[in-house]
Each structure stands twice: as C-alpha cells, then as structure tokens.
Design a protein. Sequence first.
Length: 178
Amino acid sequence: MTDRVLAESVSEATIQAPLPAIDLAEWVFTLTDSEYQACSRNHIAGATTLTPEGKRMSVNVEQVGNLMVQHYVEDIAERSHCRLVSLSDSIGPDIGARVKLTVIWEFTAEAVDAGTTRFINRVEVRTAPGYLEALEGRGVPFAVASEAAQKALSAHNAEETPLFARDIERKARADRWG
C-alpha cells in the first residue's frame, strides 16, 4: 500500500471581515514571497506559476519537520473554498534523504455573521510511491514517522493559520477583491 495518511491537521481562525469581501483563490495565487514568509517562521519561500496544462500552482518551500518543497496545483479554486494537491519533496533528516509525499491543502471561509468569517485550514499528508520503502530502508517504523510528522504538522498549522487569516483580513478590509 502506498497511499496512507501520514499526518493531518485542521486549524481555525477568525477573520474580522464579511465573507463576500474574501476571495481565497485570488489570495493564495497572488500571495507574494514576503507575505508567505510572514505567515510562519518556517516558511522559506513562496511563488506562483502555471502547470503546462494552464492550472495555477503555488510553489512553497518550508520546514515542517523536514524541508518540504511543495507544488500545489489547484483542484478546487473558489472564493470560499480551495483544495490544492502537491506531490511534494520531503528532504531530511540529512540532505541525502529525499522522498515524495502527497500533500493536500484545503481551506475554506464560512460566514459567522455579517462581518465575521471563520477560516478553516486543513492539511493532509499521504505517502507516495517509494515512501514506505525508504522508511523500511532506514529502519524507521511507519508509526514512528507518522507520530513525528503529526507533531510537526500540528504545530506548523497552529502557527500559520491565524497568520494566514490576518493576511486575508487585511486584504479583505482593503477591498482587494471587491
């Protein structure tokens, strides 16, 4: 089996702006490198590009346990719901240890009342072909790797979610997506 959940995390934050003022798809695909870096001490770089098929892609480099290089391709890209899927490189604990993981990043915005929105940030990390074999080759049980990944992911998501929400709020209040 090569498609097992390694870790998953859900975190929420409040945005003091009305839901109609928010556009999550525009937010994620126009997020600058410096804005991305400001949303976590572990965010190293962020950029956007297009796939050869013309789909939007968010490319992120961050430290979540291991160094991660993610290529998030839009699967769902709506004003209040985005789902991005990445076949990501996980590098570590040493530079020669590189494996692939599938990371699903899904985030939604839901109206709480006329002026308040709930931001829900969900990340799921799944094994990709070769991952389990790499663990076995290093003598690391899946449960041990999963526990470490879960700890790192939960801490990272708890840090970045309110900062993402703050960035979205700032842009919504400035009528960025009118």
